[in-house]
Design a protein around this ligand. Structure first.
Ligand SMILES: [Cu+2]
Length: 332
């Protein structure tokens, strides 16, 4: 009996000792790629790569926001509702500071909000790190592109993979994401419906990519044609804006405050539609913000203009001008 007890105790001791290296292993840092684009920014990754990672309690995840123009957030809401995109103040519209500025500390235990905020200088690389102190499965999203742009961190007693293999998996997944977007974009076509030409703006949640272009090259139409731009991308908002020679409005205007963080104005000029149905090259004409299909409240997803006057008309998306989102309509 005594002997049996010794064997059991020895086995228990072995198990305990075997458990020690896992618990005492140095905590590790895992990298997740945030955003990224092809060279001319025509296709962007609106995804986290890898989308799901397994880590151990005490490990850190670093999200690398790939420069330039990775305007995303990494946000753990712990079940809370995402903040509204804009707030009204004194008759003006502001981008919600709860989205744009960081919230929370350096660790996350599955409770409260942890938000990276938007990179303060989107021309430069940026990173955000969180150390996970409790086991669990934690979902996060980009507050600007979510919930279609989301990811999961699975925190266990120990992690199966290695940071280097996860890092190369992220790079492979990002490359595949951009290739899928390029392939879809290569097959893009305008759609003719009688006297209307439809220009779809495309993207794909499952694929994790968006196209930031209006058309493949110049679109040539006969006078009397109506062009309809329509957002079919579940991840992005856009505008169709003919500036008529004016300086394009910014989508985010930083207003410094005497104290605290700056306010981020969304100028009405950029966001609001102009009540114009035809275009002949004069004046400022704007679709206002066009939204992905099927959003709550059914905000506009498309915009139409009829062109009766021959000419060459250039337009932009005021949101994605830094990515080179411009188009040209030639009317004959
Ligand atoms: Cu756009």
């Amino acid at each position: 009996m005594k002997r049996v007890l010794h064997v059991i105790m020895a086995a228990a001791l072995c198990a305990a000792v075997a458990g020690i290296p896992a618990q005492a292993a140095a905590s590790r840092t895992w990298v997740v790629l945030n955003g990224g684009s092809v060279k001319d920014s025509s296709i962007v990754s609106n995804s986290f790569r890898p989308r799901t990672i397994d880590i151990a309690v005490g490990d850190t995840v670093t999200w690398r926001f790939l420069a330039p123009w990775t305007i995303h957030t990494v946000t753990f809401l712990s079940g809370a509702q995402p903040p509204q995109p804009v707030v009204q103040e004194g008759g003006k519209t502001y981008h919600n500071p709860e989205i744009f500025f960081p919230v929370g500390g350096k660790t996350y235990d599955g409770t409260g909000v942890a938000n990276s905020g938007v990179p303060p200088d989107p021309t430069k690389a940026f990173s955000y790190s969180l150390t996970f102190t409790k086991a669990g499965t934690f979902n996060y999203l980009c507050l600007l592109h979510g919930p279609g742009m989301g990811g999961t961190v699975v925190v266990k007693a120990r992690a199966a993979g290695s940071p280097s293999s996860v890092r190369s998996r992220g790079q492979r997944e990002l490359a595949a994401t951009l290739r899928a977007g390029q392939k879809a974009w290569a097959g893009w076509k305008a759609e003719r419906r009688g006297k209307t030409l439809v220009l779809p703006m495309i993207g794909n949640t499952r694929g994790g990519w968006s196209s930031l272009r209006f058309s493949r090259g110049t679109v040539t139409i006969n006078r009397g044609t109506t062009v309809t731009w329509v957002v079919r991308d579940p991840l992005e908002i856009h505008t169709v804006t003919f500036t008529g020679g004016e300086k394009p409005p910014d989508f985010v205007v930083v207003e410094a405050q005497a104290q605290g963080p700056p306010r981020l104005l969304m100028p009405a000029k950029a966001a609001a539609p102009t009540p114009v149905k035809t275009y002949a090259g004069k004046g400022y004409v704007n679709s206002g913000i066009l939204f992905p299909p099927g959003m709550p409240g059914n905000p506009p997803t498309s915009f139409s203009l009829t062109f009766n006057t021959p000419g060459r008309y250039e337009y932009i998306c005021v949101i994605h001008l830094p990515w080179g989102m411009k188009g040209t309509i030639v009317v004959r």
